[in-house]
Design a protein. Structure first.
Ligand code: GYE
Length: 312
């Protein structure tokens, strides 16, 4: 009996890998913003603190490369995949392959669009729709008591086929819909990148598309900074109500100088949630279907001294 127990004990022990023998495949979307770099460091730091072996791949905003990166993790037979997806569609085939290989997947930050909840353990990230709603609420509150027949919004959208772009748009439009005067009359895509947004916004200025615009609503700070550079280079006065999302330090500094009006936070520091969820998985503890990162909002109504340091 003792002999059998010993063998059983050994097989159980080898079956329960120690942290340092667990390999995590971490697939990152890109390095397009200070926000992304902070999110990236947060996840890598917290996984390393748990003594996991981390196999890191950055697809540098190339969706096809990101699929290849996940294929590599499956080929290496990692123990778990942490996926920060660029795009929200097209993930089912490769996640089905991960499932067949018995490799669990945790989706972080942006979400994926699928009914197949069996293809991943959980999603950890912000509510992008709530962020769009907060941006919209600032706009409707700002114009609530202003005698103005129409309030025209210029929207600078993030990359198409991504959940933050879709949901930040939906949250904003649903909220401003309460005031029939507010309409998005111009919309461009800056792919969440400062230089791209500057180029496309400059073109819009040249084409006279800022005529009768009251509000600039931008899906992330990098694109807002690009648009502000374009205004400056075209010597266009910044007389707009400007609302931005992420709350990078550079944007909060402009809020304090009253060059923008509202900055909705998108908290990048999700590493502890990710590492804790990984730990709970290997401890066979229950994991909720969705784990939300908490965000807040800053505006020119704030006492700026209460805004915490940004660190990104
Ligand atoms: O707002 C932006 C980054 O996926 C929420 O992606 C993230 C967004 C973030 O490019 O800065």
């Amino acid at each position: 009996m003792i002999f059998c127990f010993f063998i059983t004990g050994c097989s159980n022990k080898s079956a329960e890998k120690k942290e340092k023998e667990i390999t995590i495949g971490f697939s990152q979307a890109g390095t397009e913003s200070s926000w992304r770099k902070a999110q990236n460091k947060s996840i890598n730091d917290e996984l390393n603190k748990q003594n996991y072996q981390v196999m890191y791949r950055n697809s540098f905003s190339d969706p096809k490369q990101q699929i290849q990166d996940v294929m590599t993790f499956i080929a290496y037979q990692v123990d778990l995949i942490v996926l920060s997806p660029i795009e929200e569609n097209g993930w089912e085939p490769i996640l089905e392959e991960a499932k067949q290989a018995k490799i669990p997947v945790i989706i972080v930050d942006r979400n994926i669009t699928t009914d197949r909840k069996d293809l991943y353990l959980t999603h950890i990230g912000s509510s992008f729709k709530a962020q769009g709603g907060r941006a919209g609420l600032y706009v409707t509150n700002h114009f609530q008591r202003k005698e103005q027949d129409s309030i025209n919004v210029f929207e600078i959208k993030g990359s198409e086929n991504t959940s933050p772009t879709r949901l930040r748009h939906d949250g904003f439009t649903e909220t401003v819909g309460r005031d029939p005067r507010v309409k998005i009359t111009q919309s461009i895509t800056g792919d969440f990148i400062r230089l791209k947004a500057k180029e496309v916004f400059s073109q819009a200025i040249d084409e006279g598309k800022l005529e009768s615009i009251d509000v600039i609503y931008s899906h992330n700070d990098e694109m807002t900074l690009g648009a502000l550079e374009a205004l400056k280079e075209h010597q266009v006065e910044n007389k707009y109500v400007i609302v931005s999302i992420d709350a990078q330090k550079e944007m909060i500094d402009l809020l304090k100088k009253r060059q923008v009006n509202c900055v909705v936070e998108c908290n990048p520091f999700m590493g502890n949630l990710v590492a804790n969820t990984v730990k709970r998985y290997f401890e066979k503890a229950t994991i909720p279907e969705d784990i939300y990162v908490s965000d807040t909002v800053f505006s020119d109504h704030n006492d700026f001294s209460t805004i915490p340091p940004r660190n990104y």
